[in-house]
Design a protein around this ligand. Structure first.
Ligand code: NAD
Length: 258
């Protein structure tokens, strides 16, 4: 009985960006937890490959096309998914576009980022959240970042070619945490919960000086791996978290607490 609380069996869940660094691990863990999982991003061929790998394991995973920066694409995805699978039980806003390459990236790159990461994220809540609210149930999980909670730590990058961080990321990830509270308040009376996770840095073979300093700054002494986010996402999608809404939960090995 209590283990069932954490199960996603019988739930239909949409995950955006299901083939990326964090997305691939999330796809596997959500599908293993029993969800009927729909992956959506621009490169459907990549998602199709993930869907086939997961289906071969006995999981139910489908691939759909989405350009989150285009309102018509968000609406078309919604209409296809609802007609094929019915109202969603869960939505994970994981996709991110990183068009801005550093502090001097300029207005055009910033605007391109906002099109996908701000307007697009709002549209996902508006379009999918409305249907969830109409159905009287649903859980939306936003994948934010520790960089939506704190400013850049330039000292971590000394002696590496990294460290020219783009301002758009800090802007839209910070905004995502408060957008979460907005939609949690709006849809709460209709039984829809909206929460945010703030993951720490993903281990991706970064330069040694950075790795050493970053790991020392966490309480668990390491960067995140692809299976580190899934447990928290499953919890927030599942009935185990049914009285939790509007939180921004760090999944960062203690990074932001230090
Ligand atoms: N990698 C990290 O260290 C890290 C740390 C903290 C938080 N995060 C967050 O985790 C999430 C996943 O990050 P990641 O590093 O796995 O990213 P990634 O770049 O590996 O994957 C991003 C995904 O978003 C999709 N995407 C980009 N533009 C899109 C669009 N217009 N429409 C639809 N899909 C689009 C891409 O196809 C890709 O699948 C993001 O929200 C990111 O901000 C990442």
């Amino acid at each position: 009985m209590s283990a069932d609380l954490f199960s996603l069996r019988g739930k239909t869940i949409l995950l955006t960006g299901g083939a990326g660094l964090y997305g691939r691990g999330l796809a596997s863990m959500l599908a293993d937890a029993g969800a009927t999982l729909i992956l959506a991003a621009r490169d459907v061929a990549k998602l199709q490959a993930v869907a086939e790998q997961e289906t071969a394991k006995g999981n139910q995973v489908f691939a759909e096309s989405l350009d989150q920066g285009e309102e018509a694409s968000v609406q078309a995805l919604h209409d296809r998914v609802v007609s094929k699978h019915g109202p969603l039980d869960g939505l994970v806003n994981n996709a991110v576009l990183r068009p801005m390459k550093g502090a001097n990236g300029g207005a055009a790159q910033f605007a391109e980022s906002m099109r996908v990461n701000a307007t697009g994220v709002m549209l996902m809540h508006h379009v999918f959240g409305k249907t969830m609210a109409g159905a009287g149930r649903g859980s939306i999980v936003n994948i934010g970042s520790i960089q939506g909670m704190i400013g850049p730590s330039y000292e971590l990058y000394e002696g590496t070619a990294m460290g020219d961080m783009p301002p758009d990321y800090f802007f839209h990830k910070g905004g995502m945490a408060n957008l979460t509270r907005f939609y949690a308040a709006l849809y709460g009376p209709q039984g829809v919960r909206v929460n945010c996770l703030a993951p720490g840095g993903f281990f991706n073979h970064q330069p040694e000086p950075f790795l050493k300093r970053y790991c020392e700054h966490t309480m668990l002494g390491r960067m995140a791996h692809d299976t580190d986010l899934g447990g928290a996402v499953i919890f927030l999608l599942s009935d185990a978290s049914r009285y939790i809404t509007a939180v921004n939960l760090p999944v960062d090995g203690g990074y932001t607490a230090k």
